[in-house]
Design a protein around this ligand. Structure first.
Ligand SMILES: Cc1cc2nc3c(=O)[nH]c(=O)nc-3n(C[C@H](O)[C@H](O)[C@H](O)COP(=O)(O)O)c2cc1C
Length: 209
């Protein structure tokens, strides 16, 4: 099993970075191999809407995303760690998602199956400064649409309110422990159990968590 972990904040050693590292610490390496990608370090563009992928199934843009396409396709788990920026994921994550247009074209225009017959399971680690009731709603909705393009399923996330200053999450070891515990259970549970009962792992699958 392979987990692709995407870090979507521009802030290195910031809150989502620390939360994601706690999660990755909990993974049992004999069960799941993983890679962490920091989007802010990559040189990639958002989708330019050229439509070429509707003919070939491939994106024409020549940038760092080329290395990400095969990693996304081999992923059994796709994890997005993002802070809330203006009630959504960051622009880095938005541009990352837009490049799934090539997968959308493969599935819905070219009618191609997943090349490895996988069902990538989507996980969110998300936090924001305020306590807004609908703080994570857009983040969840977008991710579900994105997962659909790669025949994936959303299994839920960990959502934390009231975290703002850089590193403030360290004042809440209980959240870091939660992230670590989710990952360790992910390494133990069967795929069937994970999809059927994600709440047993501590994942929140609500549409507006
Ligand atoms: C451009 C920008 C927009 C933000 N928008 C929101 C917001 O809409 N709601 C919120 O609760 N927090 C918002 N925040 C606060 C961040 O979510 C918060 O600082 C978070 O802890 C940053 O995580 P990081 O350290 O991983 O970058 C915003 C921060 C920035 C820089």
């Amino acid at each position: 099993m392979y987990l692709l972990a995407i870090h979507g904040s521009p802030r290195k050693n910031g809150n989502t970075d620390i939360l994601l590292d706690s999660f990755l610490k909990g993974i049992k390496k004999e069960a799941i191999s993983f890679e962490k990608i920091r989007l802010s370090k990559l040189n990639y563009k958002p989708c330019i809407g050229c439509g070429e992928c509707e003919i070939t199934g491939e994106c024409v843009l020549e940038d760092d995303f080329k290395e990400l396409y095969p990693k996304i396709l081999k992923a059994d788990f796709l994890l997005i760690a993002t802070p809330v920026f203006f009630y959504n994921h960051t622009s880095y994550v938005q541009a990352f998602y837009e490049r799934f247009q090539a997968f959308w074209a493969r599935k819905y225009i070219l009618k191609l199956p997943h090349p490895f017959n996988k069902t990538p399971k989507g996980i969110l680690l998300c936090l924001g400064a305020t306590k807004g009731k609908k703080l994570f709603e857009s983040v969840v909705r977008s991710f579900k649409y994105v997962l659909d393009t790669v025949y994936g399923v959303y299994i839920g996330g960990l959502f934390i309110r009231g975290i703002d200053k850089k590193g403030e999450i360290l004042d809440h070891p209980e959240y870091l422990k939660l992230a670590e515990d989710i990952a360790s259970k992910l390494s133990i549970f069967s795929e069937e159990e994970i999809i059927k009962s994600p709440e047993k792992l501590g994942l929140n699958k609500s549409t507006s968590p």
